[in-house]
Design a protein around this ligand. Structure first.
Ligand code: CP
Length: 311
């Protein structure tokens, strides 16, 4: 396989294992490139990309921008908080005005699940979903699974637990799809109020006891409590959450195995993860961030190859 099937990346749900492996193999090459003294290639010269962010971001926005610049694309950045969205302009009008300036690709983060899928029905440009509400965050799952593959060689048979606020997490859903497609066993762990009903139907195990979950897994991907998406109280206090679900060195030392620690960021230190774990030798959190640039270069490069194709 040398091409993706779609001209958009809207979610991991739509990708085949072969497409994910194509993205990884392409990212391997780009990782070599960005570790050279000259980190830039001309692959996307004459391609213009708009990063359109309706929600806050540090890692994803900077990582996309760097990936685009490493590929020699022209880049513009849009942030809704300083835009005419504040004057009532619709999503479609906003994006159509950006596209009228001869923009070829849109990388979009939006608070509403399905917003990039809606756009894909109405515009011709390639769309990359950089996170849509509580739905999917496909490039995060790709960089997470790429980082596991880099450390372990393969995901086949690896046991991965996703710990925390699964209910509000787009990272969890995209990771579940990616991990399962790549042959890993997946467990979710958190307070029952933060686990979606019928989550087992996605083929994952459910565990409420974090120590048992850690005893089972090879890799723990620890998620942030998404207070900004919670209209009601799902647990009594952050202190209580930390006592029952926070991962610290003492807890890991009580388990007789090495566990690789991941986190998509931003970390709430002292809540879901203590610094003695986040900054430990077993943490690959900054490798995830480094790999994000190569993985996003691969996604943009492969989608650009589909620019003139019909979906
Ligand atoms: N992991 C992630 O999406 O981080 P940002 O919200 O900072 O982009």
């Amino acid at each position: 396989m040398s091409q993706l099937n779609s001209k958009h990346l809207l979610g991991i749900k739509d990708l085949t294992r072969e497409e994910i492996e194509l993205i990884f193999d392409t990212a391997d090459n780009f990782k070599d490139v960005i570790n050279r003294p000259i980190k830039k290639v001309p692959s996307l010269r004459d391609v213009t990309i708009a990063n359109v962010f309706f929600e806050n971001s540090t890692r994803t926005r900077l990582s996309f921008e760097l990936a685009e610049k490493r590929l020699s694309a022209d880049v513009i950045n849009f942030s809704s908080s300083s835009s005419s969205v504040k004057k009532g302009e619709t999503l479609l009008d906003t994006v159509n005005n950006i596209l009228a300036m001869k923009v070829d690709m849109i990388v979009m983060r939006h608070g509403s699940p399905g917003a990039p899928h809606f756009l894909a029905k109405h515009i011709d440009a390639n769309i990359v979903n950089a996170g849509d509400g509580t739905h999917e965050h496909p490039t995060q799952a790709l960089l997470d699974t790429f980082s596991i593959r880099e450390k372990f060689g393969s995901l086949d048979g690896k046991k991965v637990v996703i710990v925390g606020d699964i209910l509000h997490s787009r990272v969890a859903l995209s990771n579940i799809f990616a991990l399962k497609k790549l042959g890993a066993e997946v467990m979710v762990c958190g307070p029952i109020t933060l686990l979606p009903k019928h989550i087992e139907s996605l083929g994952v195990k459910v565990e409420l006891d974090v120590k048992k979950a850690l005893e089972w897994c090879d890799i723990a991907n620890v998620l942030r409590i998404q207070l900004e998406r919670q209209q009601i109280k799902y647990f009594p206090s952050l202190r209580e959450y930390s006592l029952y679900y926070g991962i610290n060195k003492q807890l890991l030392d009580s388990i007789d195995k090495e566990i690789t620690i991941m986190h998509p960021g931003p970390i709430n230190r002292g809540v879901e993860l203590n610094s003695d774990v986040a900054d430990s030798e077993n943490s690959i959190i900054l490798d995830q961030v480094e790999n994000g640039v190569a993985v996003r270069m691969a996604v943009l490069y492969l989608l650009a190859g589909k620019r003139n194709n019909l979906q």
